[in-house]
Each structure stands twice: as structure tokens, then as C-alpha cells.
Design a protein around this ligand. Structure first.
Ligand code: PLP
Length: 460
């Protein structure tokens, strides 16, 4: 078995797209190729990706928030190697794994007191599902409220709170009793909660896939007060914002509130092992699962496995020792200042927003002028999104920088480097973006992209 993976990878060199087209998701392969993403990355370290020719790329996407520590962080790798060598009894299911207890303790120590029961799972959406079930079981209410623009994952419960109708439509009907209200709207929230039948209000402190939307100061505090007044659990989804990304360890700290449950995943295990966590108030947890009869009402086979727990412990240590939240705050300020300066020179940028190293640029629909004179006007509404894809592609092809749009807001380019990024790498990103925007006026590349999109739409 020696070198099995190395040999398999070497034998498959150049065939990754073909393998995915045949055995994984051909539509995704089409999309990547249509958009001009023909590369296979073969190695990654820190902030850099390397393609088959050895060329290096700066990553300003971070796997949508997974890679706060950068790719393959040495401390997490070392912890994983140790676990493999220790022959630990993972998944025996009839004991209390020590590493899981230690990881839960370490996680609770990073959170406000009161948040002291951890449910480990493997993904963000599972962490959200766990919070939804906790809310129903502990309140004995059924309704669940989320926000327009929100993204909490794609399993049926989380999807019911997804703020993008197109993502929900093919799977309706979703969880009964789930509804969405406008984000950052206290009145709409009170209208729903005052019916006193809402189990949970689920909210992102900054909407990630909604386009890095920052609510007004005071919104989370108001949500906390309303939830207290009407007996609803406040569930804060920190899957993307957590672990230092927005300049504090958790983004809800900006408003000094204590949620009833916090959902985490993505960066929690240093980008190497899938892990999710739902951390709840002990009092709430006790109401739902506090007896021997109810303790097993929620669970998952792989939750709390040794590899994931070791990765969590190592990740939390790195985040704290290297003060990555502070680094995100400091570098984020520099990067945002520079992006704002760019926006003053390029009016096609409508807004620069975000906190820490969770930043984004929203673009105007400025390409519409030339587009309307062409058959491409049939793609109306998609022009800003196409423009963002054009910018992302130019960044990749001309400047070797990876950046992507938000899932529920394709006119928004997210700027999310790993938190270990250096100041000069941030400057390189801004300078590259400056050049791309300078060259973008003619729209020729967008036209090409849009024409291809039309061909696909027409089934050609
Ligand atoms: N919650 C938020 C805020 C997210 O951004 C995401 C994923 O992007 C999720 C939940 C779902 O996480 P996962 O894809 O691990 O299920």
C-alpha cells in the first residue's frame, strides 16, 4: 500500500476534469470550463495554491471561509499525524472519547459562559440542523424564522431558511413552519416573534453568501431582546464568520450578546478534516436532551471522531496563540482602506463592505449599457454577475489570484484571504484588481462569456 495515493494521483495526472465529468457532477465541470477555469491544483501551502505546471496562485477565497489558517497548517498536520500513530479507539460508540471532551471544553472556553454544551458533527448544515431540532425540542414550538439572503447549508431544514428562492424551489415543500423575513429588520422580527410560536430565530451576524451584508449596529442586540421577550431561541450561525474571520473570535462579540446556540464549522478544524459544532446553553440543552430517555434524540455516527477533535484542538490553539482575530482586524482595516480608495477611482464598484478579513465588493450593473444593444440583453439581470465572473477570471488568468462571488449574491466579489495573509499579499490583490478594472471598460471578455452562457442556455 506504500505510496498508494501518490501513485494514483500521478497516474491520473491531467484527467481530473474527465473523472469528474464521468463520475461526479458534469454540470459543475461544464460551468468551470465555460467560465475558463481549466486548471487542476495539485498542491497548496499557506496562502498559495500550485497548479500542474508549478505556477503559484494567491488564494483570496479561502474555500468560502474554511482556510483561516491557510492550506495545510503545520500544527494541525502534526496533531493529525499524532492521532494516526496513537491508534485511538475512534467511533466505538460505547464510551466517552477523551479527545471529544477536551475539544468541547476548549471550544466552550472560547465562548461566553453559559454556552457549555457542544454537539460535534461534520458540516455547517448539520450544525444548523442540530440547532433547529434543539429549538423545537426545548421550546415545544414549531415555527422557525430565518432571513432573506441567508445561507445556512443545503440539507432540507437549513434550506428551508435559505434566503434564495431559486435554491429552495426544486425541493419544496420544505420544513413546515419555516419562514424568512428581511435581514436587519427588527420590526419584521417582532411581528413574527410576537405570535409566541417561534422556536428559533436563526441569523448570520454578517451574511456571507448573501453578499457580505453587515447589519446596522444594534441589530443583534435587538434580536436578543426580542427573543428573550417572546421566548424564542436566538441561534447565531457563525459557520463562516467564526474563528477570527471578522476581526473578533466570534462576530456576535461586536454586540456583546450571548446567543442560545452558536453554529460553527468551516475553519474550526484548520481546513483538513470535516467538522461542525453546535454549542448551546446548558439550560436549553437540558430541556431538550437532559434525561436518559431524551439524551439520544439527536446524534451522528461520525461526530467527535479523533481526527476531527485533534484538528479542532490544534486549530483553537493556533488561532489563540497567533492572535489571528487581531491579525484579521488589523490587516482587514488596511485592505478595506485600500479597496475603498480603489472604489473612489472605479465607479463600477458600488460598495466595499465587511469586517476584518470578511470583505466584499459589490459592482454596479454598469455593463448594461453595451449589453442592451446585443442579443445578450436576454440575459438581463445577470450582467453584474457576469462582470464579477469576468473580474474573477482575469484575476486568475492574468494575476494568479483566486477570488469568487457570493452564492446568493453573484454581483458581489468576496475578498476573504486566509487570516495568515501578509500585508504585501493584500497589496498585490488590490493592485491586480486595479489593473483588471482599468482594462474592463470594453467588456469584450464579458461579451464572450455572456455569449457562451447564451449558447448553454439555448442548449447548444
Ligand atoms: N452557514 C453558513 C453561514 C455558511 O456560509 C455555510 C456554507 O457556506 C453553511 C452554514 C453550510 O455549511 P456546509 O457547507 O459545511 O454545510
Amino acid at each position: 500500500m506504500d505510496e498508494l495515493i501518490a501513485r494514483l494521483l500521478s497516474d491520473a495526472r491531467g484527467r481530473a476534469f474527465e473523472l469528474h465529468r464521468s463520475f461526479v457532477n458534469p454540470g459543475f465541470v461544464d460551468l468551470l470550463q465555460l467560465a475558463g477555469y481549466g486548471r487542476t491544483f495539485v498542491r497548496a501551502s499557506g496562502v498559495e495554491l500550485f497548479d500542474e505546471s508549478g505556477a503559484s496562485y494567491l488564494d483570496f477565497c479561502s474555500g468560502y471561509g474554511v482556510l483561516n489558517l491557510g492550506y495545510n497548517p503545520p500544527a494541525v498536520k502534526a496533531a493529525l499525524r499524532e492521532v494516526l500513530e496513537a491508534d485511538l479507539p475512534g467511533f466505538a460508540q460505547v464510551d466517552c472519547p477523551t479527545l471529544e471532551g477536551l475539544a468541547a471544553q476548549a471550544l466552550c472556553r472560547t465562548l461566553p459562559s453559559g454556552l457549555d454544551r457542544v454537539f460535534f458533527c461534520c458540516t455547517g448544515t448539520e450544525a444548523v440542523e442540530a440547532a433547529l431540532k434543539l429549538a423545537r425540542a426545548s421550546t415545544r414550538r414549531s415555527r422557525l424564522i430565518g432571513c432573506e439572503g441567508a445561507y445556512h447549508g443545503l440539507t432540507l431544514g437549513s434550506l428551508a431558511l435559505n434566503g434564495n428562492a431559486a435554491m429552495r424551489a426544486p425541493f419544496e415543500p420544505l420544513t413546515p413552519g419555516a419562514a424568512r423575513i428581511p435581514f436587519d429588520d427588527e420590526r419584521a422580527l417582532e411581528r413574527e416573534l410576537s405570535r409566541r410560536d417561534v422556536a428559533a430565530f436563526v441569523v448570520e451576524p454578517i451574511q456571507g453568501e448573501g453578499g457580505c451584508v453587515v447589519p446596522r449596529a444594534g441589530y443583534l442586540r435587538a434580536a436578543r431582546e426580542l427573543c428573550d421577550r417572546y421566548g424564542t431561541l436566538l441561534v447565531v450561525d457563525e459557520v463562516q464568520t467564526g474563528l477570527g474571520r471578522t476581526g473578533s473570535l466570534f462576530s456576535f462579540e461586536r454586540e456583546a450578546i450571548v446567543p442560545d446556540a452558536v453554529c460553527l464549522a468551516k475553519a474550526l478544524s484548520g481546513g483538513l478534516v470535516p467538522v461542525g459544532a453546535m454549542v448551546a446553553r446548558g439550560t436549553v440543552h437540558a430541556r431538550a436532551y437532559g434525561t436518559t430517555a431524551t439524551q439520544g434524540l439527536h446524534g451522528t455516527t461520525f461526530g467527535g471522531g479523533p481526527m476531527a477533535m485533534a484538528a479542532v484542538l490544534a486549530t483553537l490553539k493556533v488561532v489563540q496563540e497567533e492572535q489571528l482575530a487581531q491579525a484579521a482586524a488589523d490587516l482587514g482595516r488596511h485592505l478595506k482602506d485600500r479597496l475603498q480608495e480603489l472604489a473612489r477611482r472605479h465607479p463600477i464598484i458600488r460598495e466595499v463592505r465587511g469586517h476584518g478579513l470578511m470583505l466584499a465588493l459589490e459592482f454596479q450593473d454598469a455593463s448594461r449599457g453595451w449589453l442592451e444593444k446585443t442579443p445578450l440583453s436576454r440575459l438581463s439581470g445577470a450582467t453584474a454577475a457576469l462582470f464579477v465572473q469576468h473580474v474573477a477570471l482575469q484575476l486568475m488568468n492574468e494575476h494568479r489570484i483566486v477570488a469568487q462571488s457570493a452564492v446568493n449574491a453573484p454581483a458581489v466579489l468576496k475578498v476573504m484571504p486566509p487570516l495568515i495573509v501578509r500585508r504585501e499579499q493584500c497589496d498585490r490583490f488590490v493592485d491586480a484588481l486595479d489593473k483588471v478594472l482599468e482594462g474592463a471598460g470594453h467588456g469584450s471578455a464579458i461579451a464572450k462569456l455572456a455569449l457562451e452562457a447564451l449558447k448553454v442556455k439555448a442548449g447548444r
